[in-house]
Design a protein around this ligand. Sequence first.
Ligand code: 1YM
Length: 641
Amino acid sequence: MAKKEVYDESSIHVLEGLEAVRMRPGMYIGSTSRKGLNHLIYEIVDNAVDEHLAGFCDHIEVTLERDGSCTVNDNGRGVPVGIHEKGMPAERLVYTTLHAGGKFDNTAYKTSGGLHGVGSSVVNALSEWMDVEIRRDGAVHHDHFTRGVPDLDLVAGMLPILGRTRETGTKVRFLPDPEIFEVTRFSSTEVKSRLHETAYLNPRLTIVFRDLRGDEPAETVFSEPAGITGFVQDITKNETPVSEAIFFEGDDEGIEVQVALRYVNEFHENVLGYCNNIYNADGGTHLTGFKTAFTQVMNSYAREIGVLKEKDANFTGPDIRNGMTAVISIKHPDPRFEGQTKTKLDNPDAARVVAKVVSEQAPHFFDRNLDTLKAILACAEKAAKIRKNTEKIKTNLLTKQKFSFDTNGKLANCVSRDASKCEIFIVEGDSAGGSAKTARDRQYQAILPIRGKILNVEKASIDKVLANAEIKTMITAFGCGFSEGYGNDFDITKLRYDKIIIMADADVDGSHIGTLLLTLFYRYMPELINEGHVYVAMPPLYKVVPPKGEGEYLYDDKALDSYRKTHKGAKFTLQRYKGLGEMDPDQLWETTLNPETRRLRRIEIGDPGFSSEITDILMGTDVPPRKEFIYEHARDAELDV
Ligand code: 1YM
């Protein structure tokens, strides 16, 4: 609890605000899992980025400290420290009051993404402690908080001073509160990719990332002078290019628009929207404006150069965007968001202005680059062909197979139809599949054996994907359809299983199958992952059995090492499992199926595929980093036992 004992009216107000945040952290930062934890860093960094956008800061340092805390340091003006009308330094208000993050006067150009103005006080409320140093007016001003409550005494209403300096800037260090968070170790992969993304969106900003937690301190500098053009180049660097990156920009009605796009030899589109540097996971009006205008521009070119004849129908939007990777970044003075998660931009003027910029600027480019234009229209033609083919297959799939629960006889379904209790195990290999069918709880557990590798959906067109037997079986079994560029038929409410559990060996093949399945879900049924229905079973590697007493399962080599250390000199037999196929049904039940004893990890990917590193990892041809990512995330993700 607070150390101070006397509260005035405003501090009571502060405490109530902080208490509200601590009671419902999810409302402020999304969740208390690793995603929410990492979010704390972004909230603080966003304030420094706002200072960059205001024109006063070009250097930000983010350090993951050995003690588990994080330091963010910028070279901006420093948060104001003068006494505010409420009788305390402005800085205290920023770090202790909800909604005070919004700049105090409304005349300032508001750049924050809408949610992010309140960030500092939310992070403070959710931190065991927070330490703030502000370099401003020739001095280093100091403040310190415990669970959001200030613990330093003011001197005549002012912050204590640590020393003199000529520099300016703000340094915030905080330790996430383990009472709030399920995990307290920041994910360096995720933080790095978000910082990299921020660097792309702010070409004149340098961000230095340091991780001091390992044996070797690591440092990465993110500086991307090529901006979003560099971003699309980087996202597509492992693909076969169809065009170079194209960039255009413009502004109107006080809204600035930047667009970068590139075509590659792939069958999907990847259009990312940002408003005021914040990623909009559900898109919104800026993307609508872009899509409408771009489709219209390209269709009129297609007629002009004869790719479409008079009798032909127009290309659809998805046809036109076949193979496209694009980043649309706008700066809006007053962004509004729709929906609960506030990830969809809602301002109608954004659609208007983006459409205007695209209609004006795109022809400017294509008039001078006919080869690129033709290459892009060839992608659209190919897409239109596939679309027509897909429509046929899809009608077949949806009508003929809708009511046949098991398409090829391999699914051993469960008895219950209560989706909230049912689980489906996707099992690698017929032999493990056979044991799993024997071992399972038939009431609630369904088993779907998968033979060999499933199709890599990143490398196949949609008609091939839908023709694949294993994939068809999964789509029918899950019961909720799928979504793709040509329409969204996915309906999560129809999902027949609460948990979809990938059960593969802990070897290279197993992890490859895991990756292929996750890529399939991520691409065609992303809500399965986003809503937390996808898990990876973590079977043990060893069983140790002492001469007397119960055996014990060990899940990795580290566990075996520590078992050996704690049982020095003791006798035990060591059983090593090479694969799921080697376990008998009883063992399989105990280690992998039985909800009481098994270990599952929920797959959780924060902003997946939208930061270039993660896209590369999941979509690229390079297997080792992908394997590492998925398994690192599986380990990071929530434990479900
Ligand atoms: C490491 C985190 O928060 N930097 C930061 C924050 C502010 C300013 C400068 C700032 C803003 C303004 C004027 C203004 C903030 N100030 C406020 C508030 N880095 C970090 N750097 N002077 C300095 O917007 O007018 C909130 S954030 F409200 F006090 F002005």
